[in-house]
Design a protein around this ligand. Structure first.
Ligand code: 5GP
Ligand code: ZN
Length: 205
């Protein structure tokens, strides 16, 4: 737990921040952020993958051994801040890493987890995606009590989200219908009927 500032300290900090440029604030954030420090090599990590935009490394407190975190090299706090171009690459990378983790560990399942904001359990305020390899009876649980509500309340919430979703435009993000996608459809049928994980080898072009 971080120490609480006194009201005087908080006011002094506010004043200091007001006088700083956006670049200076970004530098300050980077110095304080554990994942920025891992990206900069100031804190060691067990790296599994790196490119110009992303770094993937093992979680220090894994849900299962082989639990990987994928972070952006630039500091963004939460998913909605991510530029679409980077978000598209991010998800492809997570998919590719997942396929390889299935293969490398003989995982029987994988959870992709991404927490945004303290209310959602985000502890490190630098965007990260968890890739968690899963095995039968491994004891890892993500459970919740289903919430109950009147249908009118559910519909009111539905309408609020739909109204906001109207202006989404992802036409600029191109998706080609490759052979791989078609093969996946066949494998999906197998997966559904046998409960078997699709073969990673066939999923990687
Ligand atoms: P969150 O709850 O924010 O989604 O997850 C943060 C994750 O980061 C946790 O699973 C935690 O174990 C991991 N983590 C926090 N600090 C470090 C660190 O210094 N090194 C590594 N490798 N993982 C960390
Ligand atoms: Zn950061």
């Amino acid at each position: 737990m971080a120490e609480q500032l006194t009201p005087e300290q908080a006011a002094a900090l506010q004043e200091k921040l007001k006088q700083m440029s956006p670049e200076q604030i970004q530098e300050l954030v980077k110095k304080q952020c554990v994942f920025c420090r891992i990206v900069a090599g100031e804190i060691p990590s067990k790296k599994v993958y790196e490119d110009d935009n992303f770094l993937a490394f093992l979680d220090i407190n894994p849900a299962n051994i082989g639990h990987v975190l994928v972070v952006t090299k630039d500091h963004f706090s939460v998913l909605p801040q991510l530029p679409n171009e980077l978000a598209a690459k991010y998800f492809v990378l997570v998919k590719e890493l997942s396929a390889r983790i299935y293969d490398a560990l003989g995982a029987q399942g994988i959870n992709i987890l991404q927490n945004n904001g303290p209310a959602a359990g985000q502890e490190v305020p630098h965007i990260h995606i968890h890739i968690i390899p899963r095995f039968e009876e491994d004891g890892v649980r993500f459970t919740w009590e289903p919430k109950k509500a009147e249908e009118s309340e559910v519909d009111a919430v539905l309408n609020k989200i739909k109204a906001k979703a109207k202006d989404i435009d992802i036409k600029g993000v191109s998706v080609s219908k490759k052979k791989e996608v078609i093969e996946m459809t066949e494998e999906r049928e197998q997966f559904d009927s046998k409960g078997a994980a699709p073969s990673p080898a066939r999923r990687i072009p």
